[in-house]
Design a protein around this ligand. Sequence first.
Ligand SMILES: [Zn+2]
Ligand SMILES: [Zn+2]
Length: 425
Amino acid sequence: MTLQQLLLGKSDCPCGKVHDCPIRHVVIKTDACRHLPKVTQAYHHILVVADTNTYAACGARVCEVLADRVCDTLIYTPEGILVPDESAIAALRARVSDRVDLILGIGSGVINDLCKFVSFDCGLPYVIVATAPSMDGYASRGAALILDGMKVTLNAAVPQAIVADVDVLAAAPMDMIRAGYGDIIGKYSCLNDWRLSREVRGEYLCEYVLQATYDEVEKTVALADGIAARSPEAIGALMEALVAVGILMAYVGNSRPASGSEHHMSHYFEIVGLTRGEPYLPHGIDVCCSAVQTALLREKLLSLDGSALLSAAFDRERYERDVRRIYGTVADEVIALQNKMGWYDTNRIPAYREKWARIREILADCPTAEQLLALVTRVGISYEDFCALYGDQKIKDGLLYAKDLKDRYTVLWMYCDLYFGGTFA
Ligand SMILES: [Zn+2]
Ligand SMILES: [Zn+2]
């Protein structure tokens, strides 16, 4: 499936949903910025948004080709990492005057999320000029923000266009390139979670989107050596896979095809890092290293005898104590979300027992931790650094409580159900 084919949408899917994605243009090539005048021809008062690094990457070229249609430029100058929080949102909102008819972001994850959110909020279209193949959110509808110290994904709109110069992408910091590759490798984990959730909870799953996402993962795996060598061709193809996955998310209307247990772990490392002032790794690096961890969980589950799964009454006191210890200032929100969902009040063990043969088939149909580790290592990502940075306790806490940040069923819920049931004792 090519990107241009994906952009056409699919109206006859057997899943019953009409799949579409209103992105009009995706241009990923050498000097892609030269296409900006055409891509933005309907707009005359463009607000350009960047940070110091991304502006340095291709801001001058963007402003040169758009010339006097640029009416204002906002360049964030954060001390450290730019965080998509209330103050960054307010700074952007303040620059959206009545004249502005298009927001054009230059950047990757954070700039994309800020522009996506504020443009949606202000009822304006936006275009993103990507500077790094670092994550799959370019084409997705959701904007990942940090509000009140919590990582939230709010509904927004897709960009009108995604424009990426492959030479700019290939010159991005190597960790950002690795992160994009890692974000894709993590799909092995989340696609398995999606299938598991269909089996356990009867959740909607589109086979077409599932297969198309697997195809993008397989294509990316084949690029690993070129990515490690910063080949513009391989990095352009990586960017295409990242955009394709974003379109597939837009197809189902949420991030299910691209985000499961491994993403919940990465969000947990980020949130806990922000609340405690502790370091965390780039998103996609956390994602693929966490995918190794969730693969280890699947292996652990596969070693169990289905008839011996135990259940125990939910120990709310212990749960709240643990959540408060781990999440500190955001613990109330975490507990409130889970209270609203009520999943702790459901005993899933009988369903696991009944469906264990089918569950095992699904869990086994995922690369092993060893295989994932080999894929991760091929582009120079260090799983040892990940383990050393977080340590055993933080990783163990994440395996039990990262799921509590979200309202999505994954292998983490199954592990937690069996752990608290006493099956592993
Ligand atoms: Zn479908
Ligand atoms: Zn991701």
